[in-house]
Design a protein. Structure first.
Ligand code: ARG
Length: 568
């Protein structure tokens, strides 16, 4: 599709003798379309050209010939406002919609590898609402990168290793026969975990026994390994229920344990740098000089490794195996320090600069329930599977009230309920804490998943009522030049650019926001215009625009992990 921004940049470049690519980066899209479709801020050139912005604006305007696709240019202060020929834009957009089945798909990422580390719940602990956020954000990024042509590798870096297993093994040894872990693994293991933590608090000897268990597990002790495998298998079976509901898929399930035989290399490399130092019996890397006051612990006093060591081994492995351009880690902001340390120590591993630059922590805010934050140790957790079940239940109830004769109510309730939860996780900028409140999430009129689905269903019902889809070449483009239609056209035009912005900022909420804007634009168009029943030419044009809107809404929602019902 024609890139208007680029076209404008070229014209400005010709008029100023400056670099087009740089100028393109300055171009803005005005919030209010009264100020044009694109605006060029001339104050960005004031220093270089040693002139006042309005003077520059005038000079540039003089030199640009008004011709397709530009309709007019206006000066406002230091800005040059460009207006694109409406019909030209509309034609471009609709043609692309017709030709490209996967509208907005691109090849710009070809040849680049993106590793995304997300979800990563911990074995023998509940899959909680924070992991849901990681799963949802990670999957959205995965889908969007893939759609833009990148080679994506989704990794579920399961928490299947670490000192907590020493604790669980100890608890299981002591009271295993009191709990039915086959029947209800996560709940029963959580109970054991809470109980052993209590015991550790009271008795240092028990804590030491736990630590030894983990060391034994690392050394391959058959009893410890056997119990560990059992916990892992049972837990994964439970997690899978949640993944099935969400539709999550991963390319790799290499969790922390996968790196158990790959950490010695990390320790050796670090040893050789001379930076690995002994501190109270442990081996650490001091990061004071790098501006991080807490050292990174590589090996504990009893010789066992840490979460950080496993992440370092994973970086080595991923660089070699996937030759990544970016390696994203999607976790809550509670792990900011951890990743700062790990990324800093990674510089000592002797990897190519590219791999260090590619490391990025994609952090997100906490999910707050009306009852406050959740933690496993105190046992106050909301289980995700129950939460998703409740979402579907509530969606079903709403559907029952609004449209009791609907077919496939169960299926629609699943799409709406799960879609609502997913959208809520992606609705706002990821660093923000999120409040989980049922009434907001499921409000069909709010800025929610169900609102987008509802808008899509509206487009479907218009098309059904019409009973035909007009041919694009027969459409009179001038019937779509009103503000309501144009607002939609402009949004559809900017879809691919929106996806690119998501990958520039690792921020799926940019797409969520976009889908809300598109839904609102369609609602206005729908409320202000008659679609069916106008003269045939207007009707055809509006039906085609309705179809186009539905197509983009569906593709966009799918990229976020949300499925669209045809009716609701
Ligand atoms: N299992 C960890 C947790 O639940 C998240 C792991 C994130 N990935 C990583 N490579 N450290 O907090």
């Amino acid at each position: 599709m024609i890139n208007f921004k680029e076209e404008i940049a070229k014209k400005v470049a010709k008029a100023t003798d400056l670099d087009g690519k740089t100028l393109e980066g300055y171009i803005e899209i005005p919030k209010d379309s009264k100020n044009g479709d694109y605006a060029f801020p001339c104050f960005r050139l004031a220093k270089e050209l040693k002139k006042a912005p309005p003077v520059i604006a005038n000079e540039i305007k003089e030199k640009i010939e008004i011709q397709e696709p530009i309709e007019k240019i206006e000066i406002a202060g230091g800005y040059l406002n460009f207006y694109i020929d409406k019909e030209r834009l509309t034609k471009e957009v609709l043609k692309q919609i017709e030709e490209q089945e996967n509208y907005g798909e691109s090849q710009i990422g070809n040849g680049k590898n993106i590793v995304i580390d997300y979800s990563a719940p911990n074995i023998a602990k509940p899959f909680h609402i924070g992991h849901l956020r990681s799963t949802v954000i990670g999957a959205a990024l995965y889908n969007i990168y893939q759609y833009l042509g990148y080679h994506t590798i989704g990794i579920n870096h399961l928490g299947d290793y670490g000192t907590q297993f020493g604790k669980l093994i100890e608890g299981y040894k002591r009271w295993g026969n009191e709990y039915d872990i086959e029947k209800d693994p996560i709940n029963e293991l959580t109970k054991i975990y809470i109980r052993i933590n209590e015991a550790c608090k009271e008795d240092e000897a028990i804590l030491n026994a736990c630590r030894d268990n983990f060391k034994k597990l690392e050394d391959g002790d058959s009893y410890c390994v056997e119990i560990w495998e059992k916990f892992r298998k049972l837990s994964l079976k439970e997690f899978q229920k949640v993944y099935d509901l969400l539709g999550s898929k991963f390319d790799s399930w290499n969790g922390e344990a996968f790196y158990s035989d790959k950490m010695q290399e990390v320790i050796d490399i670090l040893q050789n740098t001379g930076r690995l130092i002994e501190s109270q019996g442990a081996k650490i890397i001091d990061l004071e000089e790098q501006g991080i006051s807490t050292p990174c612990i590589i090996q504990k006093t009893n010789g066992s490794t840490t979460y950080a060591t496993r992440d370092l081994a994973a970086i080595l492995y991923r660089a070699r195996t996937y030759d990544y351009d970016k390696a994203l880690y999607v976790t809550s902001y509670e792990q900011i320090l951890h990743f700062k340390q790990v990324f800093e120590v990674a510089k000592l591993l002797g990897l190519d600069e590219k791999y260090i630059k590619g490391l990025q922590h994609v952090s997100f805010g906490m999910v707050l329930l009306p009852t406050g934050k959740m933690s496993t140790r105190e046992g106050n957790v909301v289980k995700l599977e129950e939460l998703l079940e409740e979402a579907m239940q509530r969606a079903k109830q709403i559907i029952e009230e609004k449209n009791s004769s609907l077919e496939n109510k169960e299926e629609v309730a699943k799409k709406v309920g799960i879609g609502a939860v997913i959208f809520n996780d992606l609705a706002n900028s990821r660093v923000k804490d999120e409040i989980f409140d049922w009434d907001t999430i499921l409000n069909f009129q709010g800025e929610t998943g169900p609102y987008i689905q509802y808008t899509y269903v509206r487009t479907k019902s218009v098309l059904e009522k019409a009973g035909y889809l007009p041919k694009l070449e027969e459409i009179k483009i001038e019937k779509l030049t009103d503000t309501y239609a144009q607002n939609i056209i402009k949004l559809i035009y900017s879809f691919e650019d929106t996806l690119i912005q998501v990958t520039n900022k690792e921020e799926p909420s940019i797409l969520s926001r976009y889908l809300i804007d598109l839904s609102k634009a369609f609602s206005s168009f729908y409320n202000e215009n008659k679609i069916i029943g106008e003269d045939k030419q207007t009707q055809d044009a509006r039906i085609y625009l309705t179809y186009s809107t539905g197509k983009v809404l569906k593709i966009g929602a799918k990229l976020l992990g949300i499925n669209m019902p045809d009716k609701m």
